[in-house]
Design a binder for this molecule. Structure first.
Ligand code: SF4
Ligand SMILES: [Zn+2]
Ligand SMILES: [Zn+2]
Length: 318
């Protein structure tokens, strides 16, 4: 197979585009897709400061690398989740990348700052780990952006992630979530803008990008991901994509163009008035915000007792 752009031997085939790319053209293709997503959805304006939420995985490190190369003022934010060796290793990958690019990295460590990690928080609040983790990330990313004077928080959700979330929301007809599944969540009082610049690139492309750019990332799946429904949705979508390349992108972009406008009004109506959290001041429907309640539930069970972290699984290769 030859490169679609320069006819040199291809190193990667992207079946969705029915095209092969040589290394140089593939890296350009990735940058082009990010630039187009940012422009099309007005994610970042010139001169704005971006805070990239980096986990140590391929997507967020590739996103940070791409934003820096595209000339954005992009700092990284790493949240230590207290998930045993997985967190130690993922933090090390993030620090190595930041150093190699001489980029600024902001770090928040959940256990040393709040006295618990995701496993302990989830056990105390009787939530599944991904729920305790997700709400902590949303709260702390937003707070870090506001405190640091950033205009926008960028996350590494790629096309596969968004299509899997969409499938889950459609299977349950979660119309409120469907109305909010936007690539850009605009800024509002107490909230920084949230953007997903990787929506035009798939998981496999991001892994190839990191390999070709020499970016080391954590390959293992988070050990708390067991039972996460999105992994099953991704597997189902991969089967469909295998038989019919381009389906995943058509599903997601078709939703943005033709589905989302139907659900947006209902979702906007559902958003009631927000008041400052009685503990931290973050906007919340009433009383304490979900993160402060999580902190309090850990305090209520006394000294945070370490919860064993499950054995790690290798990420399934496709
Ligand atoms: S798999 Fe769940 S617990 Fe692990 S990082 Fe993702 S959201 Fe957090
Ligand atoms: Zn080429
Ligand atoms: Zn709060």
């Amino acid at each position: 197979m030859r490169c679609r752009r320069c006819r040199a031997p291809a190193v990667i085939e992207v079946r969705r585009h029915n095209a092969g790319f040589c290394s140089t053209c593939f890296l350009r293709h990735c940058a082009e897709q990010v630039r187009r997503a940012i422009e099309e959805h007005k994610m970042v304006a010139p001169g704005e400061r971006v805070l990239v939420a980096v986990s140590g995985g391929k997507d967020s490190l590739a996103l940070w690398d791409l934003l820096l190369d595209l000339g954005y003022q992009a700092d990284g934010l790493y949240l230590g989740l207290g998930i045993g060796a997985y967190s130690d290793e993922s933090g090390a990958y993030v620090r190595t990348f930041a150093e190699s690019r001489q980029a600024r990295l902001v770090e928040i460590d959940l256990p040393s700052r709040f006295g618990f990690g995701v496993p302990e928080g989830a056990a105390a609040a009787r939530r599944v780990p991904c729920s305790a983790c997700g709400l902590s990330k949303r709260h702390l990313f937003n707070q870090a952006a506001l405190n640091g004077g950033y205009d926008v928080v960028a996350t590494g959700h790629n096309l596969d992630d968004e299509a899997a979330v969409l499938l889950g929301n459609v299977l349950r007809w979660s119309t409120d979530y469907l109305g909010r599944q936007e690539p850009v969540l605009p800024e509002a009082a107490g909230f920084a803008r949230k953007v997903k610049p990787l929506i035009r690139l798939g998981e496999r492309e991001m892994a190839a990008y990191c390999v070709l750019r020499g970016i080391d990332y954590i390959v293992e799946e988070c050990p708390m991901a067991e039972g996460n429904r999105h992994l099953g949705y991704k597997a189902a979508l991969n089967l469909i994509e295998e038989a019919s390349p381009g389906s995943k992108q058509a599903f997601y972009t078709g939703f943005l163009a033709r589905g989302l406008p139907h659900f947006r009004p209902e979702s906007e109506e559902d958003r009631g008035e927000l008041k400052p959290c009685t503990t931290c001041g973050a906007p919340t429907p009433s009383g304490q915000c979900a993160f402060c309640r999580l902190v309090d539930s850990v305090a209520a069970v006394g000294e945070s007792t370490p919860v064993p972290v499950p054995t790690r699984r290798r990420r399934a290769r496709r």
